[in-house]
Design a protein around this ligand. Structure first.
Ligand SMILES: *Cc1c(COP(=O)(O)O)cnc(C)c1O
Length: 360
């Protein structure tokens, strides 16, 4: 059996060591005689896994007791609704940054709930980029400012945290735990797990406890952050297997040396690919502004759509899978999250040189 280099944007490649450990545990979890998928979410085995995942995430993010980590379902997309439902009160306005497709979806959903001010819109710009702090048209007393730290489709990434008074809410689905960051600058962080920290089906939310209290009692109980904080994500049956996988991934992150060590590797992997793009004499063209280039999703074009289709097909035959850009933008997208191995990037770079020399 051989694994391919999987550049998929999400669900994305997981550390092989984590998959193997999950395989070992699958049929009989540590002598329990059953798997994690089959046991009570209120039993002692699962309880240990659940609380390990929470404690490890808090530690990796440097969050104290004023924050809660909760696990939900419905993906990051459900958070597009959860956030305004809980944090945007009547008469208030929420500020949103629109720098790409995911930020746009968050805005659309928030408008269904309350008043939204688009503080900056770079979503139609090419190359794609993140707005600077000085460009933000903020609402005084805004309920919060929502940002997308990494626009997965456009391949642009925020390199610094905006300095604002309002609580910061961030969709970090595609770069969570990929670099050290002052996570305490945020009031709420959410991420679908399937890019950097686990399988699909579980959504991570880190929330400052005072913000969780904001939700009105008119919101259905299941849709209140408060409920999930108070019940430690056990109000309803949580996505147990996904949370178990997150616990294994956090152990793997520790084994890599933590976020600083991961960031170093991530920057090196991305730099290899960007220098291949920049050194191709214009054959490959990056689609994001150089200063905002994502270390997670490397997006680029070839001279024609025909060549792009040929590139994707030939790459797949070389064991380089999932390189097709998002259907809304086309082109090539190499997603190289935490678990994506450096050897895969080196193989892609060699393939790009060979492809160019044959099709240049
Ligand atoms: C993938 C992605 C989403 C959507 O996640 P789902 O879990 O499919 O809802 C939202 N935001 C960003 C930044 C993403 O990369």
């Amino acid at each position: 059996m051989s694994r391919v280099f999987n550049f998929s944007a999400g669900p994305a490649t997981l550390p092989e060591a984590v998959l193997r450990e999950a395989q070992t545990d699958l049929v009989d979890y540590k002598g329990a005689g059953m798997s994690i998928m089959e046991m009570s979410h209120r039993g002692k085995e699962y309880d240990a896994v659940h609380n390990e995942a929470i404690a490890s995430l808090k530690r990796l993010m440097g969050l104290g007791d004023d924050y809660a980590i909760i696990f939900q379902t419905g993906g990051a997309s459900s958070q597009f609704a959860f956030v305004p439902m809980n944090l945007l009160g009547p008469g208030q306005t929420a500020d949103y940054v629109h720098a790409g497709a995911w930020g746009g979806k968050a805005i659309k959903e928030a408008k269904n709930v309350g008043a939204v001010n688009v503080a900056a819109d770079t979503s139609k710009e090419k190359p794609s980029r993140m707005p600077k702090d000085s460009e933000l048209k903020l609402t005084p007393g805004a309920a919060y400012l929502h940002v997308t730290t990494n626009e997965t489709i456009e391949g642009s990434q925020m390199k610094s945290i905006p300095n604002v008074d309002a609580p910061l809410v961030a969709d970090m689905s595609s770069d969570i735990l990929s670099r050290p960051m002052d996570f305490t600058k945020f009031g709420l962080i959410y991420a679908g797990a399937q890019k950097n920290i686990g399988p699909s089906g579980v959504t991570l939310v880190a929330i400052r406890k005072d913000l969780a209290e904001r939700g009105s009692d008119k919101i259905p109980v299941i849709l209140r952050y408060k409920t999930h904080v108070e019940q430690n994500s056990l109000y309803n049956t949580p996505p147990c297997f996904g949370i178990y996988m997150i616990a294994l991934v956090t152990r793997w992150i520790d084994a890599q040396g933590g976020l600083a060590a991961l960031a170093k590797i991530n920057v090196e992997k991305a730099a290899l690919l960007y220098s291949a793009i920049d050194g191709s004499g214009g054959y490959y063209r990056g689609t994001a502004a150089v200063e905002d280039r994502s270390d997670m999703n490397v997006t680029y074009r070839l001279p024609s759509e025909e060549l792009e289709a040929k590139f994707i097909a030939e790459a797949a035959r070389h064991g380089l899978k999932g390189l097709k850009g998002h259907r809304s933008v086309g082109g090539i997208r190499a997603s190289i999250y935490n678990a994506f191995p450096r050897a895969g990037v080196e193989t892609l770079v060699a393939f790009m040189r060979e492809f160019q020399s044959k099709n240049g």
